[in-house]
Write a protein that binds this ligand. Structure first.
Ligand code: FAD
Length: 500
């Protein structure tokens, strides 16, 4: 792929996911702020803000070393520098489209960075599997720990177990409004943020961008210094509670004990290897309990790397070619406009409201509220994939397919997850405090106050009974469905129930 010879002077073009020092080897840099990054489809305003703010902050940090272009498209940027004798060098970018583009324009390509494991390491691991054997996150994660020595004591996992999930499933504390933790670290906005806001206002007014959701104050790091401050704060004040309350939600505590690091990680501001080593050291020094430390390391060295590698491994068509549950319902306006006003289901109302305000929700809200709702109602998985990319500050093309099309919507028929993440209101009642303030009862599947998640769960199983019947992990839920005395009435009710 390398099209320039070794003596040609080079300039390194860094993309929006490559803004930290990990991607900078000290030479001249090209940064392109293309409006096309945020134009052409509805996008969350906080996400647009974060992207522009991060690129502009990086340009300021790099000073004389950067050639910084503000243009409408990448093509325009390349035309503008057509007379430049230096050849373009890139670190392989993070989407299929961007990789095609840099190859088409003849850039020299260096291997990707920004994950705990390299693409070569993943391929070697996957190729060494027995033919036909399933690729499992747990196997990959353990192999990574063994190879890197992360949270290992000799040949054994620290503490004697690979997995502390059973310790990490606590319900939220009873009658608590918040977890009672200190406020997370928040950034202080500066003149660059002010300029970004002004530009977004202008573009929104002239119709060149379509922005939804709120934008302020900025809540996520846009520089390496800010990202490190956020990491320090998380390790010092929230890591210990991360594990037990990983899956819990409280209406009055939008961050819980989560790290809020996905956006700076995906912007390339933090090296995930440094992050996991830093967190693992807290266990060694006695600063945090092992279940929390392991739970967090698993998220980054396990899940984050896993979905990155699956993005390439499953191929470009994966996100568009799978629809195993024949789900074709278009996303409702309340999703596209991030307008919770008409949504009566308390948990969903708060999830959409939170996304509207912050462009962020924590994992369980994404998976068990937003994703679960969409799965039950058969939302088009490709449309949902795009929605998550554009409405979340940390949304990227690579992170979404395995999470949304695979894990959350089971649209791949079981490649990523062995069974659909569908659940009724009882799960939400156990793990959140939303049901107390809701007009629906999680225990009821029939009647005016029947919980749409509970009834929707049965309607989902009914609609997909045949498709799921060969999945042995669904045998029990399907037996439950067949035993329902009011099955027909519940299904009829859910067909009738008006959706906002
Ligand atoms: P924490 O809970 O503190 O976790 C620590 C870190 O682990 C995260 O910052 C993230 O980098 C990583 N991580 C954990 N789980 C995953 C995962 N499943 N995939 C990738 N990374 C993971 N993550 C994104 O980075 N961008 C997204 O757009 C995104 N969309 C998601 C959509 C759905 C439907 C689901 C089920 C998950 C999605 N995730 C996404 C994964 C996860 O929900 C977020 O990374 C997490 O909620 C971000 O908040 P945090 O930084 O406080 O994470």
């Amino acid at each position: 792929m390398d099209s320039a010879d070794a003596d040609t002077p080079r300039i390194r073009w860094l993309f929006a996911g490559q803004l930290g020092s990990l991607f900078d080897d000290g030479g001249p840099i090209l940064l392109v702020e293309a409006k096309s990054l945020i134009a052409g489809r509805p996008i969350h305003r906080a996400k647009a803000h974060l992207l522009l703010s991060a690129i502009r902050h990086r340009a300021r940090e790099l000073g004389d070393r950067v050639e910084y272009l503000r243009v409408d498209t990448y093509d325009e940027a390349l035309e503008a520098r057509a007379g430049d004798a230096r050849s373009l060098e890139v670190i392989d970018p993070t989407s299929w489209a961007a990789r095609r583009y840099v190859r088409r324009v003849g850039a020299s390509i260096l291997p990707s960075r920004g994950f705990v494991t390299t693409e070569d390491e993943f391929r070697a691991w996957a190729d060494a599997r027995k033919p036909g054997s399933r690729l499992l996150l747990e196997d990959f994660y353990r192999a990574t720990r063994e190879r890197t020595g992360l949270l290992m004591e000799g040949e054994h996992p620290a503490g004697g177990h690979w997995n502390y999930d059973p310790d990490n499933r606590a319900s939220p504390p009873k009658n608590a409004v918040t977890l009672g933790l200190p406020e997370p670290w928040w950034p202080t906005e500066d003149d660059i943020d002010e300029e970004v806001r002004h530009d977004l206002d202008r573009w929104q007014a002239d119709g060149s961008v379509t922005l939804v959701g709120g934008d302020g104050p900025r809540r996520f790091a846009v520089t390496e210094a800010e990202a490190n401050a956020a990491l320090d704060d998380f390790v010092e004040s929230r890591l210990g509670d991360f594990g037990p309350f990983e899956d819990a939600t409280l209406t009055g505590d939008w961050t819980m004990a989560h790290s809020l690091l996905s956006a700076p990680l995906n912007l390339g501001l933090l090296d995930p290897r440094v992050v996991v080593e830093r967190v693992a050291a807290e266990y060694t020094s006695g600063g945090a309990p092992l279940p929390s430390v392991e739970g967090f390391v698993r998220q980054i060295a396990g899940w984050r790397d896993w979905v990155w590698h699956l993005y390439w491994y499953l191929g470009e068509d994966y996100a568009v070619s799978h629809n195993a549950l024949a789900a074709t319902t278009p996303l409702p306006q309340a999703f596209w406009e991030l307008d919770p006003a008409a949504i009566e289901e308390n948990c969903l109302h708060h999830a959409i409201d939170g996304v509207s305000e912050h462009g962020w929700a924590h994992h369980i809200q994404r998976l068990m509220v937003l994703g679960n709702w969409a799965l039950q109602r058969g939302y088009d998985p490709k449309e949902l994939n795009d929605w998550f990319i554009d409405m979340f500050v940390d949304g990227t093309p690579w992170v979404m397919p395995a999470n949304v099309v695979g894990m959350s919507q089971h649209a791949d028929g079981g490649i990523v997850a062995t069974k659909p993440y569908a659940s009724g209101g009882a799960y939400i009642d156990r793990m959140t405090d939303f049901c107390h303030g809701c007009r629906f009862s999680p225990k009821k599947r029939l009647g005016e106050d029947a919980c749409p998640f509970t009834a929707g769960y049965w309607a989902f199983l009914d609609r997909n009974e045949e498709r799921l019947s060969r999945n042995h992990r669904m045998a029990q839920p399907l037996a439950g469905l067949r035993g329902l005395s009011d099955r027909e009435a519940v299904v009829a009710q859910e067909k009738e129930r008006a959706s906002w």
